[in-house]
Every structure is written in structure tokens, then in C-alpha cells.
Design a protein around this ligand. Structure first.
Ligand SMILES: CC(C)(COP(=O)(O)OP(=O)(O)OC[C@H]1O[C@@H](n2cnc3c(N)ncnc32)[C@H](O)[C@@H]1OP(=O)(O)O)[C@@H](O)C(=O)NCCC(=O)NCCS
Length: 140
């Protein structure tokens, strides 16, 4: 049966940035995956999108509007999708969604979403400008 927190026909928004498996070591004593682990995976995904956008080093400066829709279970495949929604002088706002593919059913459900802000930084860790005309992604 479909999990109720997701709307029928919902699909991931953004570009697939990472996929990984939720392991027993990522769970608490009850066997539930830590929210912090999910946030960390999403930070990695958003960081990839931001780093591609600014063509280099960046740092996470803020995490906002996090919503945990559904739990992640051990054995689920977690996929994080990232989309650049705003570029400032040195900052980049990235919307990140985490989707879990359930190990037993194969169903894909949105588990968490939020907004991450990154700042492009130079070799001295100081903010540097982001080129407004650079394409969002590097060619692969
Ligand atoms: C990122 C960092 C270099 C920015 O330095 P800063 O002195 O705050 O720089 P500024 O005040 O010039 O702000 C730089 C940009 O960040 C934005 N910014 C700063 N704090 C922000 C916040 N809380 N939320 C959203 N944007 C923020 C500013 O609006 C500015 O954007 P713009 O250049 O597009 O206009 C500094 O805050 C830092 O090193 N933080 C720690 C980063 C880190 O270690 N992250 C990993 C955590 S484990």
C-alpha cells in the first residue's frame, strides 16, 4: 500500500546528486535511521550542486525549512536530488529532496526536504563572488 505522506504521482524535483544505502550503523537503538544522517546526506548532495554552480570550494552557511515526511529504514536506498533555486553575490540557495526506495516493496517515497545555503569561498575561507552567467551544472 502506498505511504500516505506522498501525493500520488509525486516525482523527485531536481537533479540526482547522490545515492546510498541506510546501514545499521546509521540507526539508533530502536533501529530507526537518525535524522542527522539524512541531513548529512542531503548536505553532501546540495554541496555537490553548489560546488558545480560556483566552480569550486563552498561552505554550508544555513539549513532551513526542513521537513521530515516519513522515516528512513535500514536497507532503504536513499537518493538526494538538488536544485539551485537562487544565486546571490556569493551565496547559493539549493533545494534538496531525499527519497527512499523501500528495500522490501521497491516503492520510492519522499522522506525529507529542505533548503540549504552555501557560500562560495576562496583559499582563505572568505566569500568570493559567484559568476551569475555560469551554467548550473558542469558537463559530464
Ligand atoms: C560561510 C562564511 C565564510 C561566510 O562568511 P560571512 O562573514 O558570514 O560572509 P558574509 O556576511 O559576507 O555573507 C556571505 C553570504 O552568505 C549569506 N549568509 C550569511 N549567513 C547566512 C545565513 N544564516 N543564511 C543565509 N545566507 C547567509 C549572506 O547573505 C551573503 O550572501 P550574498 O553574498 O549572496 O549576498 C562563514 O560564515 C563561515 O565560515 N561559516 C562556517 C561555514 C562552515 O564551516 N560550514 C560547515 C559547518 S559544519
Amino acid at each position: 500500500m502506498a505511504e500516505t505522506a506522498n501525493k500520488p504521482g509525486d516525482t523527485p524535483r531536481g537533479t540526482l546528486a547522490i545515492r546510498t544505502v541506510a546501514m545499521p550503523a546509521d540507526a539508533n537503538a530502536n533501529g530507526d535511521i537518525f535524522g542527522g544522517w539524512v541531513l548529512g546526506q542531503m548536505d553532501i548532495a546540495g554541496g555537490i550542486a553548489a560546488s558545480e554552480r560556483c566552480r569550486g570550494r563552498c561552505a554550508t552557511v544555513a539549513v532551513d525549512a526542513m521537513t521530515f515526511h516519513l522515516p528512513v529504514n535500514v536497507g532503504d536506498v536513499l537518493a538526494a536530488f538538488a536544485e539551485v533555486v537562487k544565486v546571490g553575490r556569493s551565496s547559493m540557495t539549493i533545494r534538496v529532496e531525499a527519497w527512499a526506495t523501500r528495500r522490501m516493496s521497491g516503492e520510492q517515497v519522499k522522506v525529507t526536504e529542505g533548503t540549504y545555503t552555501y557560500v562560495a569561498i576562496d583559499e582563505n575561507r572568505r566569500p568570493r563572488p559567484v559568476d551569475p552567467d555560469t551554467p548550473e551544472r558542469m558537463e559530464t
